[in-house]
Design a protein around this ligand. Structure first.
Ligand code: NDP
Length: 261
């Protein structure tokens, strides 16, 4: 699984979406993170086909939305996603949110898709420790990925430790805290040392923590700079300074209290 990919949430304009994904693929991204609810799976598939990059060189993730959860409904939703993407398989398919009555059955369906080789990896999103434990009770194959909100204002250490103990890869969603940390003094100061932007420093912090990171941008220069992070390395001291920016502050919904509708 590539450690850095493009997130495509809130890309709703057709041309803008195709252009952003095409540009990302041109400058070296090989992973795209979409979801049925983003309503851009069709454009994602189109941009990928236009790129001419062989399917097997790409890592494509999608997610089953809350109203489609449960065993049979998930299998059906997966088929619809595949059709919109125009693909024969996905690399990773996730339960988008742990809908209380159905998320365990949703995961059973994801396991079946894995057994049938329709997905290359299983996973969940927005699962806390108690959700994961419920999934473990029925799982033959533990979720391979948990995609959660994670950035310097929400470092999620207990959940990260739990996932590490169970061999679950974490993908950070809203890794840039939706662009809100671009004038944060510590990040600016660290960036100045390396001639890098706060966004690049944050992305590097995710990578050095072993997290998968999927920053979203429709801006060509940002798409390029967000992947231009392999020519510097944060020191342990830099990493610890960034860890200390944690305020347990979310930019998105808390999985304990979200509206399941
Ligand atoms: P991000 O933290 O990736 O931030 C995106 C915002 O930051 C956009 O407004 C973008 O602007 C801006 N931005 C991007 N790069 C830079 C830069 N270099 N400098 C300054 N600003 C920048 O937020 P997202 O919420 O989009 O999260 C990323 C991905 O995570 C989503 O696209 C989606 O794939 C996934 N996700 C998953 C969720 C889940 O429940 N599983 C929930 C939310 C997100 P612009 O586009 O205008 O350049």
């Amino acid at each position: 699984m590539p450690q850095l990919g493009l997130g495509v949430y809130k890309m709703t304009n057709r041309e803008e979406t195709i252009q952003a994904i095409s540009h990302a693929l041109k400058v070296g991204y090989r992973a795209i993170d979409t979801a049925a609810i983003y309503e851009n799976e069709k454009e994602t598939g189109e941009a990928i086909r236009q790129s001419g990059i062989p399917r097997e060189q790409l890592f494509i993730t999608s997610k089953v939305w809350n109203t489609d959860q449960g065993y049979d409904a998930t299998l059906k939703a997966f088929e619809a996603s595949l059709e919109r993407l125009g693909m024969e398989y996905l690399d990773l398919y996730l339960t988008h949110w742990p809908v209380s009555d159905t998320f365990v059955d949703t995961y059973r369906a994801i396991e079946r898709l894995y057994d049938e080789k329709l997905i290359r990896a299983t996973g969940v999103s927005n699962h806390h420790i108690h959700h994961l434990k419920q999934v473990f009770n029925i799982a033959n194959v533990k979720p391979m990925v948990n995609q959660i909100e994670l950035h310097p204002r929400l470092t999620q250490e207990p959940l990260r430790n739990f996932c590490n103990e169970h061999g679950i890869v974490i993908t950070s969603w809203s890794p840039l805290a939706r662009g809100r940390l671009m004038d944060e003094p510590t990040l600016m100061q660290i960036g100045m040392k390396y001639g890098k932007t706060p966004a690049q420093v944050i992305i590097r912090w995710h990578l050095q923590h072993g997290l998968v990171v999927i920053p979203k941008s429709v801006t060509p220069s940002r798409i390029e700079s967000n992947i231009d992070v392999n020519d510097f390395e944060l020191t342990l001291e830099d990493m610890m300074k960034i860890d200390c920016l944690n305020l347990n502050e979310r930019t998105g919904t808390n999985p304990e209290t979200y509206d399941e509708a």
